[in-house]
Design a protein around this ligand. Structure first.
Ligand SMILES: *[C@@H]1O[C@H](CO)[C@@H](O)[C@H](O)[C@H]1NC(C)=O
Ligand SMILES: *[C@@H]1O[C@H](CO)[C@@H](O)[C@H](O)[C@H]1NC(C)=O
Ligand SMILES: *[C@@H]1O[C@H](CO)[C@@H](O)[C@H](O)[C@H]1NC(C)=O
Ligand SMILES: *[C@@H]1O[C@H](CO)[C@@H](O)[C@H](O)[C@H]1NC(C)=O
Length: 920
């Protein structure tokens, strides 16, 4: 009760603790145990500290531990005088009230909690009567994330004094079998090595760490205060089945999926690097070093791009290039010369990075956009919502965006929600001597994509956690949990469909060997994962949707007793009748060490200064932002929710509807007139001569008028123009097909797959049907996708992924991505003259027996000039052509190309009727 300072900020609290710290000589920790039990990568750790007050007067006794950041505290108890004082998890608002009341009564009311790189702190104290004892017991739970091929259990031991009975017990149980285990961390050094016992027995492992008092004083980084360091238990499990481990128990299941025997998918990666003034000095140097290492590690089959930005953009190259030795060397020279200057234009930089990736949709590759920045947007578009909306627009769920926030001047909440909105994650890079290794380490995690478009499905299940993942990398793991609705083992069928390097893959377990266990933790694993994902989702949403997600996350946090950013633990203390409240710190709360050195940070130029000159040397722990930093940051209160008005687009979920306008003629196929034969060249009589190349370059508004269309006064039916690639970078061929035709786009007799498309008059396709066997099909129209599978017809209108047998369909706002066996077809939506249409693009080479318009191989021809006329010689046949242009709609961003126009028969070297379908 001697502490009566009203503490309104963490900084204030620290000072107060400095002044009134409990005297550690007055009390003795006679026992300190850390007991961690891991079952199927879910760790429950209990820290028990038993303390006696040696003095003959009441003394304040402290309990101060660090726990993994990724964990949720689920229990805190104090035992004193045969009484148990249980911490209670409450909604943050309720807890806040108790906190405020306690503060207004002049009582100490805060449990210091802060966040570091991997750990956060928990600290409390209680007044203990003379010669009495107290036991503190803290429980936290954590689902391990697999990174670079391993799981890590980190245990931090810093009891503040040598302890006679000090024990760390770790028990790991993995049914799949543990294939490797290692012990790392500051405490596993020489002096302490013989205090560690490690036993590994196939499915189980024990680690005991029982250092003597002497050892506790003599180890590296230890001293009179005893142990101060961590023990990191690193392990991985066997993976016998490519479908992974599926455990079920009491109506819940957890699926760990981490196949590794797959071919690496070549990647397209663009690095967007902040070189603004605030990167000055060590940050810039470390970024350069990391980039040099990363560039050296690119596989030769990868393509990459490098953009640096301040208020301007600086390209190494404007387009992606292959990571061959010459290009890598040249990029390294560019990277070594990156200089810091100017302000921060994140918007333009990200849009350019997206453009580079969008313009080069390589077959069978995985695209990745990586942003590294150390500050807030200060030039170009600076409105955070606007940037997020622009970036979403540019990326359209086609590839993940990873944001690396360097240091503590970044608006991490902004980066985090932007990454999450684009299927990525944000990572903080700590300003430290190893920042280059942190950067490289992050890159290594995404260096080897093995699968894209991973879709997990489970029949007879409900309340599933996330089931769609845009990319899966070697060394990582996908975890899905859910409820099983039907207790019948037979009906619970897990299946994973994904796209691998050269084909779509279905992972399934025909024998249905999901493992039934008596692991009562599965429900908690489900709850843990669900809450984590809801919290991530909340960051991306606004308005009603956000509130819905938030209240569900809160409900589950309360039900399972997790201390999350939405809940707090209220601890009512015995003798003093005071209340303490524990909040989970957010990633936006700078770590302790940083707070004390604020304002003395070296070398900050532009953006740092504006924030620091306002004398903001203390922090508001609730808001997690610098109070003195001006109104610019006022909308980024993590408590109030990030970006209150993200825009209506997000308010009803991610792409609630396919944003394709409904097409009137969308009902069915029957009754269409089939036109065979060719309209021939005259269809384009109206052209005022072929456009020259330089006209085409400026003619980038492909959406509206770049395709030459015959004037309506002509009686000849206009057609739809197709492109046929030519080898050796010669001009492609182009030809027109009159509309209202059903075309045979692709037929794979062996696979039983056929793709047909119905053309409208003059634009493109209005319906494309993929038959993947005699009975089943996927029909794509403007506004809807209809799937027939197992006698059932289902119509989808929203952003969905679905699996029908071995066919995977991903419906995205402006494209439908269909994979059947080794064939991957994108159906893109484009607009022209105010009307939308579909266009097919083959993204995965079908087998050699393929026929159809899409299966046409690139042609080889010779130009034969006769005066002003040009003929092309294709396989001994001379064909009259005229120079024209066509739009390549087979790309997300169509480009206008010059081409040689000829009749379809000449281009396809077969009667057009071979490519049209007769309607019966
Ligand atoms: C550790 O916790 C487990 C699970 O609660 C328990 O069975 C075990 O006895 C504990 N071990 C020790 C050494 O306290
Ligand atoms: C994936 O990782 C495993 C284990 O680290 C390794 O053996 C394998 O070669 C890797 N595969 C690829 C494609 O990188
Ligand atoms: C795809 O990769 C697998 C595994 O290497 C190989 O056996 C198969 O022939 C490949 N298929 C094609 C079409 O390249
Ligand atoms: C599945 O069951 C069949 C027949 O019972 C058996 O031959 C096969 O080896 C089993 N497969 C696996 C992966 O267990």
């Amino acid at each position: 009760m001697e502490r009566t300072v009203v503490r309104v900020s963490i900084f204030g609290l620290l000072l107060a603790f400095g002044g009134a710290q409990p005297n550690k000589d007055d009390w003795e920790i006679y026992s300190f145990h850390i007991n961690s039990t891991v079952t199927s990568r879910y760790a429950t750790t209990v820290i028990t500290s038993r303390v006696v007050n040696r003095k003959d007067e009441s003394t304040e006794v402290e309990f101060h531990v660090r726990i993994p950041k990724n964990a949720f505290i689920s229990k805190f108890r104090m035992f004193m005088d045969d009484q148990v004082y249980d911490g209670e998890v409450k909604a943050k608002e309720a807890a806040q009230q108790q906190y405020t009341q306690a503060v207004s009564r002049g009582e100490s009311a805060g449990i210091v909690s802060s966040v570091g790189r991997t750990l956060e702190e928990f600290k409390t104290s209680v007044t203990v009567a003379p010669l009495k004892k107290v036991t503190f017991e803290l429980t936290y739970e954590e689902l391990f994330r697999r990174r670079l091929g391993k799981y890590e259990l980190q245990i931090f031991a810093r009891p503040m004094q040598p302890v006679k009975d000090f024990k760390v017990d770790v028990y790991i149980h993995e049914k799949a079998g543990i294939n490797y285990m290692d012990i790392k961390g500051g405490l596993s050094t020489n002096a302490l090595a013989n205090a560690i016992t490690k036993t590994l027995a196939d499915k189980q492992a024990w680690v005991y760490f029982y250092p003597t008092v002497d050892q506790q004083k003599t180890c590296d980084s230890c001293g009179e205060q005893g142990l101060n360091g961590d023990l990191v238990i690193v392990y991985d499990v066997n993976r016998h089945k490519s479908l992974g481990d599926i455990k079920r128990s009491k109506g819940y299941f957890v699926h760990h999926f981490a196949p590794s025997s797959l071919l690496r998918i070549p990647k397209n990666v663009v690095f967007v690097i902040d070189q603004s003034g605030s990167m000055h000095g060590r940050k810039m140097e470390q970024t350069r070093i990391a980039l040099l290492h990363i560039l050296s590690d690119l596989a030769a089959e990868d393509y990459f791009g490098l953009i640096t930005f301040d208020s301007n953009l600086f390209y190494w190259k404007r387009e992606l290039v292959q990571a061959n030795a010459d290009n890598v060397e040249s990029a390294k020279t560019f990277a070594s010369n990156i200089k810091d200057r100017g302000s921060t234009n994140i918007n333009t930089a990200l849009l350019e990075g997206s453009r580079m990736l969008n313009e080069q949709p390589r077959q069978g590759s995985a695209s990745i956009l990586i942003l590294l920045t150390d500050g807030d947007p200060t030039s170009g578009v600076t409105n955070l919502e606007q940037i997020q909306s622009n970036v979403r627009e540019a990326i359209q769920d086609k590839f993940p965006l990873y944001c690396l926030g360097f240091g503590f001047d970044v608006n991490f909440a902004f980066l985090e929600s932007m990454s999450l909105q684009n299927n990525g994650v944000a990572r903080r890079i700590y300003e430290d001597s190893d920042a280059d290794l942190q950067l490289k380490g992050f890159y290594d995690e995404v260096a080897n994509p093995l699968l894209t478009n991973v879709t997990m499905s489970y029949s007879s299940s409900a309340n599933l956690t996330q089931t769609k993942f845009s990319q899966y990398y070697n060394g990582s793991e996908i975890v899905v949990a859910g409820q099983i609705t039907d207790n019948d083992v037979e009906t619970f069928v897990p299946q994973v469909v994904a796209i691998s390097r050269n084909a779509s893959i279905v992972f399934s377990d025909a024998n249905g060997t999901t493992e039934s266990t008596d692991d009562s933790n599965l429900q908690r694993v489900w709850a843990y994962l669900t809450v984590k994902q809801l919290l991530d989702k909340e960051l991306q949403l606004s308005g009603v949707e956000k509130e819905k997600v938030k209240s569900e996350a809160l409900r589950l946090s309360l039900k399972y007793g997790f201390v999350t950013p939405l809940t707090s633990m209220v601890v009512t203390k015995p003798s003093e009748e005071t209340t303490e409240v524990l909040h989970k710190p957010s990633e936006d709360t700078p770590p302790l060490s940083r707070r004390t050195s604020m304002g003395m940070h070296p070398g900050i130029l532009s953006k740092g200064q504006s924030r620091r000159t306002s004398g903001g040397s203390h922090l508001d722990p609730q808001a997690g932002v610098y109070p003195g930093s001006g109104s610019r940051f006022s909308s980024v209160d993590p408590q109030a929710g990030v970006y209150p008005s993200l825009g209506s687009r997000f308010s009803s979920g991610n792409y609630p509807n396919l944003h394709l306008p409904a097409h009137p003629g969308f009902q069915a196929l029957p009754g269409l007139k089939v036109v065979t034969g060719s309209p021939g060249l005259p269809g384009h009589k109206g052209e005022a001569g072929p456009p020259m190349l330089h006209d085409l370059v400026t003619d980038y508004d492909y959406r509206y008028d770049s395709l030459p269309i015959a004037p309506t006064t002509l009686s000849v039916a206009p057609g739809v123009r197709f492109l046929l690639q030519a080898e050796n970078q010669s001009l492609p061929l182009c030809f027109d097909i009159a509309g209202r035709t059903i075309l045979r786009l692709l037929h794979l007799p062996n696979a039983g797959v056929s793709v047909n498309g119905e053309l409208d008059e003059d634009q493109g396709f209005i319906k494309i049907i993929v038959h993947f066997d005699t009975d089943n099909f996927v029909a794509v129209e403007l506004g809807a996708v209809t799937v027939k599978y197992e006698q059932k017809l289902t119509r989808y209108t929203g952003d969905t992924a679905l699996v029908a047998g071995s066919v995977a369909v991903f419906i995205r706002p402006t494209e439908v991505d269909i994979t059947a066996g080794q064939t991957r077809l994108l159906i893109l939506v484009h607009g022209k003259n105010g009307k939308d249409f579909l266009w097919p693009a083959l993204r995965q080479q079908p087998s050699d027996d393929a026929v159809g318009i899409l299966a046409q191989k690139a042609v080889v021809y010779e130009e034969v000039h006769q005066g002003p006329y040009t003929k092309l010689k294709i396989k001994d046949q001379e064909i009259s052509v005229s120079r024209s242009s066509a739009v390549d709609f087979g790309m997300n961003l169509p480009a206008t190309l010059a081409c040689w126009l000829m009749s379809p028969e000449s281009a396809l070297r077969a009667p057009l009727s071979d490519f049209t379908l007769k309607v019966l």
